[in-house]
Write a protein that binds this ligand. Structure first.
Ligand code: HEM
Length: 288
């Protein structure tokens, strides 16, 4: 910083970094342009909440890159710390929905037609997150053909190994017997549940005392996956409250389409293995 202190105050000398210049506050505050004329009060909330989501999506992608390189360096505690932060962010994204719910359907309908055909469908950062977590449904690329910049980001996200691929490399280096076909799979394709991986994870859960680090890592991934799932539920409930059974501005069947996404999971093995746990328990008796 360039500046000198006079009478207890910082007097600028030359170009001094300020709160505003560092954070580009004036630029940031000039980005909320409502489309309604005269301006509808709630459109500002609608814009700000979406922009906030996009900023947090950016941070999530940033953290994801770190979590991947933590795994690549076999730094399990670094990965755990990063995943914890990602889950905390996702938790806020889920809770944020309640701010939007202070807008009534009547308030929303005053400006909704102006948005057509814009939709959360076109959030390339949301889709990039899904792709990088292994949900690489190429059909979604069609929504970006008119937005070459976004399409490029998504194609790059699709081409690279997903988080599960990084995880498998890490597990293999830790001595777990990850099958070769999993380690050398075509990474541009969706991650699909692997029976062999699920068996390894199940062994870790059943003997977690002797696999503490990997067990904690898997539980942290489950926390993250659960928060994403909760966002999906929270979003669809809010959408139903807002537009009922109407079609979406992005052209889908709206709530009906969103309901089909509720079963999506980044780590399918972590969910299905739970059905295997405790199989040897006899009810009413302690597990031996
Ligand atoms: C009044 C508020 C909202 C309504 C009525 C609404 C409605 C919808 C609908 C109907 C869809 C399905 C696609 C379509 O046909 O448009 C959708 C998708 C989506 N929305 Fe919203 N939404 C709202 C707020 C938000 C907010 C605040 C976000 C935060 C970024 C968001 C993110 C998304 C995303 C990422 C998708 C794609 C989901 C997927 O394909 O799995 N939405 N939304």
């Amino acid at each position: 910083m360039s500046g000198k202190i006079e009478d207890g105050l910082i007097k600028p000398t030359g170009t001094m970094v300020t709160y505003s210049s560092y954070l580009k506050v004036h630029d940031l505050l000039s980005l909320q342009n409502v489309l309604s004329t005269p301006p509808e009060h709630d459109e500002m909330l609608f814009i700000i909440i979406h922009q906030t989501y996009e900023l947090w999506f950016k941070q999530l992608l940033h953290e994801l890159t770190l979590a991947e390189s933590d795994l690549g360096a076999d730094n399990s505690f670094g990965a755990l710390k990063t995943l914890k932060r990602m889950t905390a962010i996702q938790n806020i994204l889920t809770q944020q929905v309640s701010i939007l719910e202070t807008m009534t359907p009547n308030d929303f309908n005053l400006f909704r037609s102006r948005l057509n055909p814009a939709s959360g469908f076109q959030s390339h950062q949301f889709r990039a997150l899904e792709f990088r977590m292994g949900l690489k449904d190429s059909a979604y690329l069609n929504f970006f053909v008119t937005q070459p910049e976004s399409l490029q980001v998504l194609q790059a996200a699709r081409a690279r190994p997903c988080f599960n691929d990084h995880l498998m490399g890490y597990f293999a280096r830790q001595g777990y017997k990850i099958p070769q076909d999993v380690l050398s799979r075509d990474v541009t394709m969706e991650w699909t549940r692997s029976e062999a991986v699920e068996e390894i994870f199940t062994t870790i859960y059943e003997n977690h005392q002797s696999h503490l680090t990997t067990y904690m890592l898997l539980e942290a991934l489950c926390d993250l996956d659960q928060q994403f799932t909760l966002w999906r539920y929270r979003h669809v409930a809010m959408v139903e409250r807002m537009i009922g059974s109407r079609v979406g501005t992005g052209g889908s069947s709206g709530v009906k389409y969103l309901a089909t996404t509720l079963g999506k999971r980044f780590f399918p093995e972590l969910w299905s293995l739970r059905g295997r746990l405790g199989a040897s328990a006899v009810y009413g008796q302690p597990v031996t």
